[in-house]
Design a protein around this ligand. Sequence first.
Ligand code: NI
Ligand code: MN
Length: 227
Amino acid sequence: MAELHYHGHATFTLVADDGVRIVIDPWFDENPSTEIGVDDVDGVDYVLCTHGHSDHFADAVPLAIRTGATLVSSFEIAKFAQEKGVEGVHPLSIGGGFTFPFGYVKMTPALHGTAVDGSEGRVSAMPGGFWIDLGGKRLYHAGDTALTTDMELLRGRVDVALLPIGDNFTMGPEDAARAVNLIDPGVVIPMHYDTFDVIRQDPERFRELVGPSARVEILRPGDTHAF
Ligand code: NI
Ligand code: MN
């Protein structure tokens, strides 16, 4: 069984069948919705970052340095992390994937902002999402994105979809429900909502908008979805 632990906002820990631990979009210490601090996170093998905004990237460099995890992100962010002292990085570009020991990871397009939040704040990098194939169990973390028709290219290839529903900075519930219709995943888990006032949403309304086309699993920070 693979396990997906939700830490609030867009931060997840994915534990593969073989026990490999993958943290996606690590944002713990400043994350108002998470249940743990970054120092509580141990035994990490990989850190995946969809893009460089602080609510997805703030704890990536310290976490990778402390745990020795390999940081996987866009070429520009991987290079940025390397310059900040991360020894193990694996750069990808949009549309490209790589077979890691735990499975295949491909960076998917996301329509969103490009800044990387370092102290200099001058780096820009293409935002993305991740399509992860753990030996036939396929997970899609959309990152921060608008609704795009590109999502239809994932149709029939996603078992669990993590979609932002917060609106304002990403898709809102209506567009995320339309994304579900394009992707047709087995299970959809809403994310990137309720963290700040401008992205307050009722996930039950999202469930109603999705209707019978997919099973909506509403996770609270600290909850786990096994698949
Ligand atoms: Ni963002
Ligand atoms: Mn965000």
